[in-house]
Ligand binder design. Structure first.
Ligand SMILES: [Zn+2]
Length: 331
């Protein structure tokens, strides 16, 4: 059984996770793999004090210098803390994630939108819903003002990285959640760091697609039959929780397609679907209103659009719908 030290969790003698539970917006898990004379960090978080706490946690359990770091994907909550890494550490991500990191809304702009959102919350209608939801997404995080250090090494599909006599196998399953979503499999420890291909106890979000790639990734994770999976968000898990996530996607793609065929908007579809008995297994997950974000992405895929990162307008509309649905579900 993993030993818990507050949020620092020891998985085996040289493998750690820094958990941020329950795993809501911006509550990102990170990892450390310690070899003989070198170590590897998996993901850095966007809140500056927390990114610093991560680095301090790693130095409290290991003297081995951090020579390697990995960013699982392009969402800011997984790499905007890169400036806390030693300059000598090499940072690896997938080639597709690196492109997205350069093109996504930078942290200064996200921080500005969140501040405007906080002020917009009392406004009736979509602006207020969008503002309130945007404020929740950043959760009061102290974001960096400038774009942090980008990864300096990329790969396409798979890559093995040796770290102090241990091997971390990286595999890119994107585009799925985002344009590039990689996992880190540390075979000798029976551990897989999955990034946001797993949300556990929290509703997943698909921004990019195709969904089929995500389901293939889930099937691969199940086949690995690892002892411990560290999700991007939520507690460590085994196969049962991964299977439940798979069930959510299969259900939502089928039920969502029927709503789409009936000409119902994503928001109206979400309102209907959260009241069906089929939703019950997922109703206790955090942020259930993310169903409408997922429907906004799935709808365009149903219509034959190319999988793509959300435009600012698409994300704003989806966040406004999520804010609206959340207020409906609470009332
Ligand atoms: Zn994330």
């Amino acid at each position: 059984m993993p030993v818990r030290h507050d949020q620092l969790t020891q998985i085996d003698s040289g493998t750690y996770a820094f958990m941020h539970l329950p795993g809501g917006w911006g509550q990102t898990n990170t990892g450390l793999v310690v070899g003989n004379d070198a170590s590897m960090v998996i993901d850095t978080v966007w809140d500056r004090p927390r990114a610093q706490a991560n680095i301090e946690a790693w130095s409290s359990v290991s003297d081995a210098p951090i020579t390697e770091a990995v960013n699982t994907h392009s969402d800011g909550d997984h790499w905007w803390g890169n400036n806390t890494l030693p300059e000598s550490a090499r940072i690896t991500t997938s080639a597709t994630a690196l492109i997205a990191m350069k093109e996504d809304t930078p942290p200064g702009a996200v921080g500005a939108f969140a501040a405007i959102g906080r002020l917009a919350r009392p406004i009736p209608g979509p602006a207020g819903y969008l503002g309130g939801y945007m404020h929740q997404v950043t959760g009061g995080a102290d974001l960096p003002r400038r774009l942090p250090r980008l990864p300096d090494h990329t790969f396409a599909d798979t890559e093995d990285i040796e770290v102090g006599g241990r091997v971390a196998r990286l595999r890119n399953f994107g585009p799925a959640h985002t344009p590039g979503d990689l996992i880190v499999h540390v075979h000798d420890a029976g551990v897989v760091f999955t990034g946001d291909l797993l949300f556990i106890g929290a509703t997943p979000v698909i921004w990019h697609g195709p969904l089929e790639n995500w389901i293939s990734a889930i099937d691969h994770l199940l086949q690995l039959d690892a002892g411990t999976y560290v999700p991007g968000h939520g507690p460590t898990c085994g196969r049962a929780e991964i299977q439940l996530l798979r069930d959510y996607w299969v259900w939502l793609s089928q039920a969502g397609r029927a709503q789409h065929s009936a000409g119902v908007t994503p928001l109206a579809a979400a309102r209907t679907l959260v009241r069906t008995p089929e939703f019950a297994p997922f109703a206790q997950w955090g942020s259930p209103e993310r169903i409408v974000l997922n429907l906004s992405t799935l709808y365009r895929l149903f219509e034959g659009a190319e999988p793509a990162p959300p435009t600012f307008a698409r994300r704003a509309k989806a966040f406004a719908d999520a804010g609206r649905l959340q207020r409906d579900m609470l009332s």
